[in-house]
Design a protein around this ligand. Sequence first.
Ligand code: HDL
Ligand code: ZN
Length: 419
Amino acid sequence: MPTQPTSDFRRTAIHGLIERVLATTPVVDIHTHLYDPLMDHLLLWGIDELLVYHYLAAEAFRYLREPPEKFFALSRTEQAELIWRELFLAHSPVSEACRGVLTILHRFGLDARERDLPALRQWFQEWPLEAHVHRVLELARVARLYMTNSPFDDAERAIWQRGFLRDERFVSALRIDPLLLDWPGTALRLAEWGYNVGEGLSPQTLGEVRRFLADWTRRLEARYCMVSLPPEFVYPAATDTARLLEGAVLPHCRDFNQPLALMLGVRRHVNPRLRLAGDGVGRSDLCALVNLCDGFPENRFAVTVLSRENQHELCVVARKFRNLHVFGCWWFTNTPSLVEEITRMRLELLGLSFTPQHSDARVLEQLIYKFDHTRRVLVKVLAEKYGDLAVAGWEPTEAEIRRDVTALLGGAFEQFCQG
Ligand code: HDL
Ligand code: ZN
């Protein structure tokens, strides 16, 4: 009987295998705020946009004495200079958002230690966008990404109505927050756009809302509908939101065989003076999610929650309903300590039937850091889990690990989308 290698030796061997598989398996990024490069100037990229990202702005405001309004009156370049000074020069850039900027620069082979922002700016400006997009997706090993597309954004709506040659690496998702959260205001806009809707949610109006959703799903070739909802969201309820979900959005998703993505727990404009950086978080009542999954078994729900306190309960709800797919460590939970805690919990409760991360990137190059940091945590947690299997006598093969990782990095989500 050959002597069994020690469990430490096995764990080390498995760690190396997991590292190789994660480094070479492309990811499908299922939620971003990036845009097809041909959508005019909606796609943000370059060092100034990276530095003025609202995650860093929020952290810089904690050091600045001037009011936020004064910051926003500055040019992008001046805002970037100020954030660079406060978060990188006057204080060490230890936060996850700052670390992300350094990871990006490092992966491009740039030496941030020179602390020379003008030189960094010059480097980014030398690249034609098409080549830069290709290189970023290569470095991040992102096969394709899902955009957040809103017909309610005037600039974006005009681009879709004009039409453009699509880049198949940039997939569309239809964002419908104004429809579900501000029906009175949205009813006026739909009427302007030729949909015969009244403020009352009559069958006729709900039919026209479905026509609006169908028109835009076809125009965008959108793969799913998405909405973010506040902690106070409850279902069932005598609200416009509930009525529109039941009478228009969920029937639409069934008609188009698409999941509805719910992002729960965002408290908008906690400090409106900080603009995009001013949103907060609250614990959601996940009974609403139970009632939706239970009440609409023909619908599929892809769900992420913003509150750390909701994460365990979300896993338990997902164990009850196979029409629920859990995804991402969203926004304030996208920190190494919480990604590790949440991913370990999900593996232990859900096995491989979830999607650990999406980037939520707003600036192109963020794909590099968001997935570099995610892969590091995944290596650690997956090596631990597969090592546990090996110690229990179940030696995973490379093919099995590659199959599992492909599922975790977007494969399971796209299968969930197909129903
Ligand atoms: O609502 C959302 O999709 C959030 O991701 C917000 O866009 C938020 O501002 C964000 O960028 N979080 O990462
Ligand atoms: Zn987002």
